[in-house]
Structures are given as structure tokens and as C-alpha cells.
Design a protein around this ligand. Sequence first.
Ligand SMILES: [Zn+2]
Length: 139
Amino acid sequence: MSKSHISAKLRKLVSDRAQNCCEYCLIPESLTLVSHQVDHVIAEKHGGKTTEENLALSCSLCNQAKGSDIASIDVETGEVIRLYHPRQDQWQEHFQMEECVIYPLTAIGRVTTQLLKINLSACLPYRKMLAQAKILIQK
Ligand SMILES: [Zn+2]
């Protein structure tokens, strides 16, 4: 969803920092058919910059579902809640992975799993395969 050019150096930094895994659903790039993408956590149209602090590695499915959104409505409370921010939040504070399904632990986790369709995505079979191989990254 980015408009700004992302240099090869910046893309490498983002990929290395994420250990080549999607920073939302944790799928490793090596297991996806489409390359992971550099996501503007806060989209440029909302004033997000093309800087290390605002970039995250995202699989194509999470990135497509997220689009330029920065928040969603929590179904439990009806409140507008911001999405998970990979640079400012800790994954394990907001999500928990059990038997390959990602469960939200907080309102932020809830709106993010909902909006990004994290458990409906084509990533699920890959996560199951990984879990069987016990090579899921431990964040
Ligand atoms: Zn993902």
C-alpha cells in the first residue's frame, strides 16, 4: 500500500529485523507464494512516514486486508480501537498462538485479528504445518 519508494537497504533492514516473518501473523516469507511486503504501519495518507519506525514486514494477505486502515471497531465494546503497531507494541501482549490459531488478548488484538482476517487467511494451513515441524518462531 505504499506510494513512496522504499530503498533496497531499508527493505533489507525491515526484513532482517522481522527475521523474514510477517509481523502480524508471523508467517515466514519462505513459506508464502507471494513475497512479504513492507507495510507502512501508519499509512502515508494518515501522515505516516517512510522511516524504520513506521515500517513493518507484512505478508501479502495481512497487508491487503489492512490496506491503509489504522483502527477498527471492537465488536465487544463498539469502541474504535487502533490496530496493533509492530514497532510500539509487543506481539505477545496482544496475541497468543495456540494450536496454530492466533487468539487476541486485548482489544487491540481483537480488532487486528478481525480486520486482518488473521485466522481466516490462507496462512493457517502453513502455520499448522510449521507447528507440526515445531519451527514456529518464538517471539
Ligand atoms: Zn501476515
